[in-house]
Write a protein that binds this ligand. Structure first.
Ligand code: ADP
Length: 366
């Protein structure tokens, strides 16, 4: 078990591509941390630097408070699970799991004990004599996990391990890995591009964009208190709606955009004081725009007219899409009324749940 710390870590490939810029990050012992962001944001690079598979250009990486910058991967006491499983096709499941221990010259009975124990935890005892080609994708992924578990490493690293599985199996394996974390109580660092996977698995989530850490926080804090436009738009599905508009104050505080004209509560005056007669971006999550016929409450705005473009009945909820010439927007409603495309409806915005962002810096207004 171990903590992992990054201090001002930068990675520049070939003197040209800056894949990670000045990353500072503290991962506590036994924490499950997810690195998430769009393709190319640098998550694999970050993970591979922790593993020792990639040199760092500057900064420090500490495992258990010990600097490991130049330590080769085999001496870092970490185990990595990859997307493509990387199993040896000619070996049985048992031998695949035992391979790393044999290399390290573990005694035979210790190897047997560890492999059997891992197989039991992963529920693959009955497949120990099979070759990987005789296993399903999910079973192969379990073998790959087993090979990591038998090493009893200080830290587990996962690089998009579920990307090759179908949607249903992915959800199952996600739960399995969560259970495994509870059982093993070991530090785990997990890379994914999928925000749902990140939100459901991480104690702590690290959001990356263009090689820069944007925010490090718990899933719910990221959802409720995003630090900037990128995080606000990345976390949540369907994504937060963004309305570009102007703030005006002539007695009342108002926000005007193409679609919505809202009379804002005075309590927002302080937050918006530097934005009078200037452009600002208002963010509203789909669940905070309501069909007026179904909602009430004192934080609800006056009715705003929208024209329904598309209706998506998911079953337990309905997504209603509407637009202005530039953007599409979404509102989420209970499946009580099924609106039709082309219909005009009145909606209201929950003014306690609106976010404002500076369009020049993308930062959320505090
Ligand atoms: P992610 O895992 O988030 O998709 P990566 O860490 O793979 O992102 O890549 C981050 C950036 O570094 C990208 O711009 C990518 O093209 C670049 N990159 C990754 N590996 C190399 C490499 N070996 N040589 C040069 N550039 C690389």
């Amino acid at each position: 078990m171990a903590s992992v710390q990054l201090k001002q870590v930068t990675k520049i490939y070939d003197g040209k591509v800056t894949a990670i810029r000045n990353a500072d990050l503290m991962i506590e012992d036994r924490e499950f941390v997810v690195l998430v962001g769009p393709s190319g944001c640098g998550k694999s690079t970050l993970l591979r630097m922790i593993a020792g598979l990639e040199e760092i250009s500057s900064g420090e990486i500490l495992i258990d408070s010990k600097k490991v910058n130049t330590l080769p991967p085999k001496d870092r006491d970490i185990a990595m699970v990859f997307q493509n499983y990387a199993l040896y096709p000619h070996m049985t499941v048992f031998d695949n799991m035992a391979f790393g221990l044999k290399l390290r010259k573990f005694p035979k009975n210790e190897i047997r004990t560890r492999v059997t124990e891992a197989a039991r935890i992963l529920d693959i005892e009955q497949y120990l004599d099979r070759k990987p080609k005789a296993l399903s994708g999910g079973q192969r992924q379990r073998v790959a996990l087993g090979r990591a578990i038998v090493r009893k490493p200080k830290v587990f690293l996962f690089d998009e391990p579920l990307s090759n599985l179908d949607a249903k199996l992915r959800v199952q394996m996600r739960i399995e890995i969560n259970k495994l974390h509870h059982k093993l109580q070991t530090t785990m660092i997990y890379v994914t591009h999928d925000q749902i996977e990140a939100m459901t698995m991480g104690d702590k989530i690290v959001i990356l964009k263009d090689g820069v850490i944007q925010q490090v926080d718990s899933p719910l804090n990221l959802y409720n208190e995003p630090i900037n436009l990128f995080v606000a738009g990345f976390i949540g599905s369907p994504a937060m709606n963004f309305f570009l508009g102007r703030v005006e104050q002539n007695g009342e505080l108002n926000f005007h955009s193409k679609l919505f004209n809202l009379n804002l509560p005075e309590s927002l005056g302080q937050k918006l004081k530097d934005f009078r007669d200037k452009e600002v971006i208002m963010g509203v999550r789909p669940e905070h725009i309501h069909d007026i016929s179904l909602s009430s409450g004192k934080s609800i705005s006056k009715p705003q007219k929208i024209k329904v473009d598309v209706v998506e009945p998911i079953g337990n909820e309905i997504f209603v899409y509407f637009s202005d010439p530039e953007n599409n927007y979404c509102l989420r409603m209970a499946p009580d009324i099924l609106h039709q495309a082309g219909e005009n409806i009145d909606v209201a915005v929950d003014l306690n749940r609106v976010y404002f962002f500076d369009p020049r810096t993308d930062k959320r207004l505090a």
